[in-house]
Write a protein that binds this ligand. Structure first.
Ligand code: SAH
Length: 293
């Protein structure tokens, strides 16, 4: 199926629904718009269209206390969990059709139960290739974006230590923890830091996973250098501090820009040298300084 076939009309957006979620916030709607949602933007001719509209610290235990299989069933009592293996297989097939080739990344996308990272009311859409609201005006990234970003930093190398800026609900961190040995993810909104910790406690991942509450724009100097850094929110400029926390030979991927954004891939080629490459047009939620309660 071609890329253009993968689009959905904008009116299928979940963002305006006002769903009451299980954390008691009144609404997931009214926050991000479909055009501000950690998705890829596909261009057809001159006009760009939205693609599928779509310091507290804790180490997560490597093995969650409860058995992961029992958590495969969604808390709403439905059988989404039983069907989710098949849904993820479809998702992986779609990602392949859209150019994702890294087998380790595809296996990770197949392994992580995305429905456990979204609100119950949106769980049936968890395997659409779309961003979805997670509260606090933020979104879980589109699966293609997650797969693309990880593929680009993982290409041709073993990932030992990785930093993610913008944990959100923890989904991308979980996927990363299937590809890298050690993942540090940092989130500036306290409610989302707690959401990520809670979600990540529900699943098993092979890698070590640490969730940090703080401002990711300053990175984690105590844990640097990183083999890869992924920024899940867009700033006008990629923070210099983060470039300095890359290992030599390490790669950083981040959306950059304001209204118009692109994924930027940067490789540190020497102590004072970085190589920059512009990739896909995307639209991400903003990268913001400081923390928020
Ligand atoms: N990684 C998530 C995407 C979350 S959206 C996923 O798996 O889907 C981007 C997140 O970046 C938001 O939760 C937002 O609060 C966070 N963010 C923005 N600026 C940040 C900063 N300076 N430090 C840490 N997190 C930040």
């Amino acid at each position: 199926m071609g890329r253009t076939d993968m689009r959905k009309p904008l009116n299928r957006s979940p963002f305006g629904t006002g769903t009451v979620n299980r954390f008691g916030r009144s609404s997931l709607g009214g926050g991000p718009s479909p055009a501000n949602s950690n998705t890829r933007i596909l261009g057809t001719g001159p006009a760009l269209q939205a693609a599928r509209v779509p310091a507290a610290t804790s180490w997560q235990p490597r093995v969650a206390g409860r058995h992961a299989a029992s958590l495969e069933r969604h808390p709403d009592g439905g059988n989404l969990g039983m069907n989710s293996d098949r849904s993820r297989e479809h998702l992986v097939n779609r990602l392949r059709e859209q150019g994702i080739e890294n087998e380790a990344v595809l296996a990770a996308m197949r392994a992580v139960p995305r429905h456990l990272f979204v609100d119950e009311g949106l769980a049936s859409r968890a395997y659409d290739d779309a961003a979805l609201p997670i509260g606090h005006e933020q979104t879980i990234s589109q699966p293609w974006v997650v797969a693309r970003m990880i593929s680009m930093v993982a290409e041709g190398r073993e990932l030992n230590k990785v930093l993610e800026v913008g944990a959100g609900c923890g989904y991308q961190a979980a996927v990363l923890a299937h590809v890298a040995r050690e993942v540090h993810t940092i989130e500036r909104i306290h409610g989302l830091y707690e959401l990520a910790r809670g979600n990540l406690a529900k699943i098993r991942v092979p890698g070590r996973l640490r969730v940090v509450f703080g401002d990711g724009m300053v990175g984690l100097p105590g844990s640097a250098p990183f083999d890869a850094i992924l920024i899940a929110a867009a700033g006008l400029k990629i923070p210099r501090t983060l470039l300095e926390q890359l290992a030599i030979g390490g790669r950083l991927i981040a959306p950059e820009g304001g209204v118009s954004q692109r994924l930027i891939l940067i490789e540190r080629t020497g102590a004072a040298n970085w190589k920059r490459q512009e990739l896909d047009a995307v639209r991400f939620v903003p990268l913001r300084p400081g923390t928020q309660y």
